[in-house]
Design a binder for this molecule. Sequence first.
Ligand code: IVH
Length: 676
Amino acid sequence: MTEQATLIKQINELRQALELHNHRYYVLDDPAISDAEYDSLFRELQRLESEHPEFASPDSPTQRVGAKALSEFPPVSHRIPMLSLNNAFTEAEVTAFDRRIRETLEIEIVEYACEPKFDGLAVTLTYENGRFAQGATRGDGYNGEDVTANLRTMQTIPLRVPTSHALFEVRGEVLMLKRDFQKLNEKQQARGDKIFVNPRNAAAGSLRQLDPKFTAERRLTFFAYGVGAVEGTALPEKHAEQMEYLRQQGFKVSSEVRVVEGVSGLLGYYSDLGNQRAQLPYEIDGVVYKVNHVEQQARLGFVSRAPRFAVAHKFAAEEAVTTLLDIEVQVGRTGTLTPVARLAPVFVGGVTVTNATLHNEDEVRRKDARIGDTVAVRRAGDVIPEVVRVFPDLRPANAREFVMPTHCPVCGSAVIRLEDEAAARCTGGLYCPAQRKQALLHFAQRRAMDIDGLGEKLVDQLVENQIVHTPADLYKLGIAAFAELERMADKSAGNLVAAIEKSKRTTLQRFIYALGIRNVGEATAKDVALHFGNLDALMSADEIHLMETHDVGPVVAASIAQFFSEPHNREVIEQLRAAGVTWPEGEGKKRVAGHLAGKTFVLTGTLPTLSRDEAKQQIEAAGGKASGSVSKKTDYVVAGSDPGSKYDKAVELGITILDEAGLLELLKGKENDENN
Ligand code: IVH
């Protein structure tokens, strides 16, 4: 083989390997290699491509965020229109849908494919000879916008597919998973940026970023639900089989696709999925029924803009209209002043709602919500109800505007609003009883320490009567202390003490979340718990090390470091531990407790006795991290015989270089450390 042929082969192999691992990670949720290994493959490919620009290719995994920012999205006309679906809201409408189909097809029983109705944005992806060539939004159904560069950044969109149809159009939905939405909003909040109302809006905003760099930062997911124009190899004859085919081509397809028969099958699916709705990783607003046989679909055809062979059976509306009686200000755990709408009671999303959030002052202005207005309220899943919009036409003459107070309504401290933040804050800190109460409620909540029975009424009394100042105080109280409080009988006081006792056995993740560190929600608590594996490592980490955690940026890192630098917080943590709060050590997958916690190692060359995996295992067992590439963050490079370029890099950066003996010495250091 010529040198050039070897190089091309190497580049192609790297590209294939990276696409395979992308697919395993993002589509199958089943990664086969570590992030570090992935990174080193990625960097190797980047290096080869930059040294040999003649072999660059737009469908290389390195080019997902390659394109330049646009000034606008060029129009695209769809080969096959992207139609809408007719809606059904009642069982009678579903029954009528099925009857029309049976009559037209002259058959007794119809076979349907059922699937979720994703609440995202429809897009169409065009593959030419197996390569992703263009992606567009639905637009008006006939003409959409070319968002290829942005779609290319999404790891769930394959850049190549195994079957080389001359033309292959895949249709589906771009959405943001609930988990990614939650993380995005945590980040937005930390930066004082706009909070997205729901995953759909967040996905829409992210897809329509003119600079693909910004789309890449937002985690979007593509689910395929159909095909458009196809030329070349024929597709299977049933919709559900086509979905399976799409899965084989590397696309993410909902695992909730089912084949059923007749109306009873449809309604059974509707109620099953309705029950699972809250547990699904994405938002849905109903289900879609499609006649399964493609040939039958063709016979049924279309009426105006929607197919006769499919219908969307929507879940009950989760919005309701009511009157905004007042806007009050609530002081949160970190002092944030949130305007809260007091509403005339209204039934929405399965519960009666009397309060809804208005997020912050800017939101009140943007929605132009005034006291006395008629408003639409939404309750999505188990999130806090919110005011969606107002009806200015129905505004009474005496409607009043909301004014943010200049002093905390609870403790009277000054209220400040930093220039780059959306939130106004009470400056009282833990002097402010509202903040103290919220800190305790947060600590006790189910997802944190899970102290059953420690509700708002009790916390109010405990704080107002100065019985409890910090969470640690809870563990000092006996039955007698609680029994003296209002509405507490001996029995409930006993239950509460038992619940507090039980809460002592927790997990690191819950404990970190319970501390109420600003900008650290559940997801972030989990990430840092996994990353550091033990509390001491986390408490002693500086901002640089904190930022090595997946999804932790400078703002969150600063919050965490700031929290642990506060002697008062360290004291409370010590008291909690002294009271017997514990969790299984070494919970972290990536790192466990150990004297090498926070240290990063890079291995290069062949070691005399240890295999690379053994060395890696031992480093990780001691709490260290084995990384694939040398950077300024690397603490040690362990070099064996025939070391690679990593060795040179380590020399260049002045990083400590160890041989195997040196590594073993360091690994043994444990006893010494503990005796110190
Ligand atoms: S099929 C010809 N399947 O619903 C039928 N659409 O009102 C084409 N949608 O804009 C659509 N989930 O974005 C289909 N499983 C699903 C869907 C789905 C969500 C959206 C789609 C479209 C709208 C149609």
